[in-house]
Design a protein around this ligand. Structure first.
Ligand code: NAD
Length: 366
């Protein structure tokens, strides 16, 4: 018999303490010895609807790192869905292990069974380390999965819709700062021209913006220079450019004490998740420097909007028109933040929380 005391299984895990701090509803640990599956599904909030969030497959250094990540990410999904006006809650899953060696049909189908057991309370999708092929395996065991290939009735690559939402958020920020939302003649520095960054640059070019780009992929940079006349900048120099708008479209925590103090732009609006290294400290620092920040989880919600459309019967036109609403919401938040003398990320979170509170009371009324 296994002695739980000896395995120290719960030592220092503080699972309920952390769930209570972040206000999570449910956390499910999924294990299957035969396939090596070790997964955590965190359901943060389902007041607005089922919790939707991707499955991240990552070789975490510890199980508590994995738990912390899934709790943090699922909470972010609640806010993203709420502020986008979607009838969706927030959730996320992580599979622990090296995706290169651990992936198998059996593992994903077993994981699909665990999702099925939640009866639609959690809907999964692609994320870092998982692909549309993996989603197909999951879909063999549960219908609660989105992000399937177009040929299978899915929405395909969400990046064009994400880029459109970012573009709308950028235009709304321009309207707020310059009084006009035209980006014609504006200078924009885009960090990262991958899937989203590329589509964003395409739109900026069509609007007549002057574009600066940085990336670690040289071939992509050369292509942007020849297709859109973009000016290639060495990665680190991008922060010092005298431009109107800075668009982080590569990685998170890019807005920190060092980088913010170097920025000369009047707007930051990009696709990357969790751009502010420390939400309050760096949100305030941008505000104090008079740099308007378009909240990341609001303006990059096009990807979520795209998979939500898949959940309700995919239609790209509907997804794009829903992403267009990002313009109005961004403008509303920037005005509120100004009126309340607070930073825009905080104002955005407050708006999301207000919608959840309102819907909670709607649903409690018979
Ligand atoms: P991607 O991997 O296709 O593109 C990222 C690009 O950034 C790549 O070209 C990469 O070479 C580049 N890059 C990496 N490190 C860099 C560095 N130090 N400096 C400059 N460039 C660097 O990813 P993506 O799908 O375009 O997503 C971009 C960001 O937007 C990510 O933070 C992602 O989480 C977020 N996001 C994406 C979507 C979506 O629909 N794809 C939705 C919401 C949020």
């Amino acid at each position: 018999m296994i002695d739980l005391k000896e395995t120290n299984v719960l030592q220092d895990a503080r699972i309920f303490g952390t769930m209570s701090e972040f206000e999570h509803e449910q956390v499910m640990l999924c294990h299957d010895k035969a396939t090596g599956l070790k997964a955590i599904i965190a359901i943060h909030n389902t007041v607005l609807g089922p919790g939707l969030g991707g499955t991240r497959f990552f070789n975490y250094t510890s199980e508590s790192d994995a738990l912390r990540d899934v709790l943090r990410l699922s909470r972010g999904m609640t806010y993203k869905a709420a502020i986008s006006g979607l009838n969706l809650g927030g959730a996320k899953a992580v599979i622990i292990g090296d995706p290169k060696t651990l992936k198998s049909e059996g593992l994903f189908r077993k994981f699909g069974r665990f999702i099925e057991n939640l009866n639609g309370k959690y809907i999964t999708a692609e994320d870092v380390g998982t692909t549309t092929r993996d989603m197909e395996y999951i879909s063999m065991e549960t219908k609660h999965v989105v992000g399937l290939p177009e040929i299978k009735g899915g929405g395909g690559d969400p990046s064009p819709v994400t880029a459109y939402g970012v573009f709308m958020g950028m235009k709304a920020s321009a309207k707020f700062v310059y009084g006009s939302d035209s980006l014609n003649g504006k200078t924009v520095a885009v960090q990262g021209i991958g899937k989203v960054g590329w589509h964003l640059v395409e739109r900026l070019h069509a609007e007549g913006a002057k574009i600066y780009v940085s990336d670690i992929n040289d071939a992509q940079l050369q292509k942007a220079a020849s297709d859109f006349g973009a000016i290639v900048v060495d990665g680190n120099d991008l922060f010092d450019l005298n431009v109107d708008i800075f668009a982080p479209c590569a990685m998170g925590a890019i807005l920190n004490t060092d980088t913010i103090s170097r920025l000369k732009c009047s707007i930051v609006a990009g696709a990357a998740n969790n751009q502010l290294e420390h939400e309050d400290e760096h949100g305030n620092m941008l505000k104090d420097r008079n740099i308007v920040y378009a909240p990341d989880f609001l303006i990059n919600a096009g990807g979520l909007i795209n998979v939500y459309s898949e959940h309700t019967g995919y239609n790209r036109e509907i997804a794009l028109s829903q992403a267009e609403n990002i313009y109005d919401t961004t403008l509303e938040i920037l005005k509120t933040a100004q009126k309340e003398n607070t930073h825009s990320q905080k104002a955005a979170i407050k708006l999301a929380e207000n919608r959840i509170a309102q819907m909670r009371s709607v649903k409690s009324t018979i």
